[in-house]
Design a protein around this ligand. Structure first.
Ligand SMILES: [Zn+2]
Length: 348
């Protein structure tokens, strides 16, 4: 078992933990009742085990299965959680336990923050992105057309419980997309983790080390303070441009971030800010995990999105395992892009 202590809550990471959730809740946080929220797919796979493990320590458990798929990103899902919390009249001695991907855990956090009474929040992320990149932030949010994570609040959980094995049932493309964020963490701030990723072959090898990988990613997040936290946005500026240009219908988030990271590194090498050879290592690492290294985003749409960012703070890899923050403006970026990065975009 691995654990991380943040100033306001603990994170426990352990294979098989979903069957021992109750055992890991410290006495001071032990709720009287819990509302376990998961989408139907996660509920079917892990709901019964999670419920039994909470009941085993005397918690009265209520469950709320939500429709699987995009429903968990809707305001209706939030309303359903809010209505259930009210119907059960849950309060300070009770806990809301969202179990699922980062979106559901975020929405659960938002529901807890929004609830009329104080309530404990115990999050159980079950996706690779959720357990490596999303956890340790304290921010809660709902998805809305005004923008991803634009509506939200800061509401730290009481506890985060991670069972790496719950990600083993994720579809291959989603799991690999999660690996892009793991590569990003390593590339931005941990050369030895990057080296480990370069030595693993196949999903089974990653799964065998996932308890350690998840812990190391979250330790990196935990170690970055203040402005340094922006390092976790490596690849995200250009990645978001790609996602927007594709209207969120092309690459998955992690895949777009992988391509964004590669483009940023190539740009950094062209600008003389990134050690030569860094891009090559990132590219071969992305390829190792079957991640795309180019995007089919329409070039005109890509350029239009880039122009909406006149000046921004870019995260550039200085070398593998160390990143730097630099103010860049998009004229410079567009010129550099057109000069040396066209190969990244293949027109549709
Ligand atoms: Zn991300």
């Amino acid at each position: 078992m691995q654990s991380i202590r943040t100033p306001s809550y603990d994170v426990f990471i352990e294979n098989g933990l979903v069957g021992r959730l109750g055992d890991r809740i410290p006495p001071a946080l032990m709720p009287r009742r819990a509302l376990l929220v998961a989408d139907e797919t996660v509920a079917r796979r892990y709901g019964a085990r999670a419920k039994r493990s909470l009941e085993a320590v005397g918690i009265q458990v209520h469950t709320l299965p939500l429709k699987a798929g995009g429903y968990c990103q809707t305001l209706n899902a939030l309303k359903e959680i809010a209505a259930k919390l009210n119907e059960l009249n849950m309060g300070a001695e009770d806990a809301l336990v969202p179990m699922g991907g980062g979106v559901l855990c975020d929405m659960g956090g938002f529901a807890a923050w929004n609830h009329k009474q104080m309530i404990r929040l115990i999050q159980v992320p079950t996706t690779l992105i959720g357990m490596t990149d999303w956890a340790i932030q304290g921010k809660t949010a709902i998805e809305h057309k005004v923008g991803s994570r634009m509506i939200g609040s800061f509401f730290p959980p009481s506890l985060i419980l991670i069972d790496p094995q719950t990600s083993f049932t994720q579809p291959t493309r989603e799991f690999d997309s999660g690996m892009a964020e793991v590569i990003k963490c390593a590339c931005a701030a941990d050369a030895s983790l990057f080296h480990m990723l370069e030595s693993l072959t196949g999903r089974a090898a990653v799964e065998a080390r996932l308890e350690e990988i998840s812990w190391r990613c979250l330790c990196i997040k935990q170690s970055l303070q203040g402005r340094e936290q922006a390092k976790m946005m490596l690849g995200h500026h250009l990645g978001h441009v790609i996602e927007t240009a594709q209207r969120y219908r092309g690459l998955l988030h992690g895949e777009a971030i992988g391509v964004g990271m590669l483009m940023t590194s190539r740009l950094g090498e062209a600008l003389g800010m990134t050690v030569k050879g860094t891009t090559e290592r990132i590219e071969s690492c992305l390829t190792r995990y079957s991640l795309p290294i180019s995007t089919f985003a329409d070039e005109t749409a890509f350029m239009a999105c880039l122009r909406t960012m006149p000046r921004f703070e870019a995260v550039l890899p200085e070398r593998v395992g160390w990143s730097i923050l630099r103010q860049l403006d998009n004229t410079f970026l567009l010129n550099a892009w057109q000069h040396s990065h066209r190969a990244n975009i293949r027109s549709m």
